[in-house]
Design a protein around this ligand. Structure first.
Ligand code: ARG
Length: 567
């Protein structure tokens, strides 16, 4: 249900009937307090200023033209010229009853579907996947699911780091170790890298082979490419183990690695040179952008290319070959400058048409409780796989602490809760802020956490285990709480749309938190299965509970979090 756009059409029509000219976009806001109604239109003041008229007078003329049958029950002018809007109970009742059996719980599709590329995860093959890649994987996957649900065509791209000089050293070491034991050895990539580096530093002959192998991979030498492929395969398998535990939908088909663009890099330089966008400076090929003194190097003096060169080739490929309308890069905020630069260069060089939207979906750093970057006790990087396993162990302990335990499949529930907690904690903060990782906070049944939502869902399922009859009849709005709850359920589509446009998963978690808090209040105050509740009221409340359960489930599903029937 697109409520806000319906309301803006109503306001638009009222402005026309009142003969008030306006080309401004009509933006409807949620009311900031229940006493101000359900929605508010704040655009009158600006309009009145343009027309040199009194805003309250204009607002009064407008509300006279707003019909108060159908969707809207009441409109009022408030303050300097705000228009407060109350929706009608009958309308809420009709609309919410109409979506009771809808698998999309009332959520429609975007009017103009786009082809959207989401670049996320992007681990580096020379290293173990670490917490830095956690946020990208979680946020990126949610965006992909969300946009696809709303009807966009989503292409996932895992831009893995599989190219560069360090691979010469790594494959030389892999060869020396004997390729049979490779899988074993690669279990700990971090260690493998360290050991290879020790060899590199201690043996001149080994270092020579490593350097030779870098050149050989570049030239397409079969033996070296085979070793390299084997190394990448093994490294990717580690990542896939993490994706699987995390429930992140990335497959081999989504991998479009840095090496994929290797053949396209010389053309990037030619394109930039031919348009005089780059110049040779001290042997290197450089781009100087306005407002910045430091050049962006796209090719080094020795002919080597850089991270930016690859990203420029990828931008052109995505815009021209994949024909993207929107490209989202879910990458650490510390790379903001890099993306600002490559986006500017790509558009300037017409590698990407002006109309294509390029977005850096930046996120902050993950910190521990004391506000320092996340490390293990001995100062090493925390391996993702260990972190996820610990989440499940801790979730299990949290469940066991509960009183009145229900009969459950503990492993299954602990996995859903533990992994859900890690994901939700990440998604529920404003993504650009740094993120304080706290087990206690994320594994709490209170507050804006996955467990709070999962618990509410399970609680709703328990109502339906107690109630054995058929579910039928409409939602009837009996009081203020039911009015707010029904409206909240109908706001799901507007919420998802906002989250999709702004690429802000926390819009969804904030909504779920508000929904569940409201539901809990309703559940406390409006008895459902109690003796003496009238049949139609009981049915209506059951329907509200059932619909709430469906919206929680769908919301969590978009966030990649599982629900369970019992906790
Ligand atoms: N491998 C990079 C890193 O770990 C992330 C890649 C992001 N995507 C891109 N197209 N640059 O920092």
């Amino acid at each position: 249900m697109k409520i806000k756009s319906q309301l803006s059409q109503i306001i638009q029509a009222a402005l026309e009937r009142a003969d008030i000219p306006s080309d401004e976009e009509i933006i409807i806001s949620d009311a900031s307090k229940p006493e101000f109604g359900d929605y508010q239109f704040n655009g009158i003041m600006k309009l009145a200023k343009q027309l040199k008229k009194n805003p309250r007078e204009i607002a009064n003329q407008v509300i006279e033209q707003i019909p108060t049958e159908g969707m809207i029950a009441k409109v009022e002018v408030a303050g300097p010229g705000f228009i407060n809007i109350w929706l009608s109970n009958a309308w809420l009742s009709d609309q919410s009853s109409a979506i009771l059996d809808d698998t999309r719980v009332g959520v429609g599709y975007v009017e103009q579907p786009e082809k959207v590329i989401i670049d996320y995860s992007g681990p580096n093959m020379a290293k173990q996947m670490h917490v830095g890649h956690l946020r990208s994987s979680i946020i990126g996957d949610t965006l992909a699911t969300l946009l696809a649900f709303l009807g966009d065509e989503v292409i996932r791209q895992n831009h893995i780091g599989d190219w560069g000089t360090q691979f010469g050293m790594l494959i030389a070491y892999l060869e020396e170790q004997g390729t049979d034991s490779s899988h074993q050895e690669l279990k700990d990539l971090e260690q493998f890298y360290k050991d290879a580096k020790v060899r590199f530093d201690e043996s001149e002959a080994f270092a020579d082979t490593a350097r030779e192998y870098v050149v050989k991979i570049q030239q397409g030498d079969t033996h070296c490419l085979q070793l390299w492929q084997q190394f990448i395969d093994s490294s990717l398998r580690h990542c896939e183990e993490v994706y699987e535990k995390l429930g992140v939908n990335l497959t081999r088909d989504d991998v479009r690695a840095e090496s994929f663009y290797n053949d396209r890099l010389p053309a990037v330089i030619t394109t930039l040179q031919s348009q005089n966008i780059s110049t040779t400076s001290e042997g290197a090929e450089c781009v100087f952008l306005e407002g910045s003194d430091t050049p962006i190097i796209v090719q080094k003096g020795d002919g080597g290319y850089l991270y930016s060169t690859t990203d420029l080739a990828a931008l052109e490929y995505r815009a021209k070959e994949l024909q993207a309308d929107r490209i989202c890069y879910v990458v650490d905020a510390r790379q903001s400058e890099h993306f600002r630069q490559v986006f500017t260069i790509a558009k300037k060089a017409k590698m990407v048409p002006e109309s294509v939207k390029l977005e850096h979906i930046a996120f902050g750093t993950m910190m521990d409780k004391s506000g320092k970057p996340f490390k293990t006790r001995d100062g090493g990087t925390v391996k993702l796989i260990d972190l996820l396993d610990e989440a499940v162990v801790r979730a299990k302990a949290t469940i066991k602490e509960r009183e009145n335990q229900e009969e459950i499949d503990l492993d299954h529930v602990a996995t859903a809760l533990g992994i859900g907690a890690v994901k939700y904690a990440d998604l529920s903060i404003n993504r650009e802020s740094n993120y304080l990782f706290s087990w206690d906070k994320m594994l709490s049944f209170d507050g804006n956490t996955a467990l709070y939502m999962q618990y509410a869902y399970a609680r709703i399922q328990s109502i339906f285990r107690k109630y054995e009859g058929e579910l039928s009849g409409a939602i009837i709005i009996g009081d203020e709480l039911e009015h707010r709850l029904a409206l909240m359920l109908l706001k799901f589509e507007d919420t998802l749309t906002k989250a999709a446009v702004e690429a802000t998963p926390h819009t969804i978690t904030a909504y779920l938190y508000e929904l569940v808090t409201l539901f809990m209040k309703f559940y406390e105050q409006n008895p459902i299965l109690k003796e003496g509740v009238e049949e139609s009221t009981k049915m209506s409340r059951l329907q509200l509970a059932s619909l709430t359960g469906k919206v929680i489930k769908k919301g969590l599903e978009i966030l990649g979090i599982e629900v369970v029937d019992k906790i």
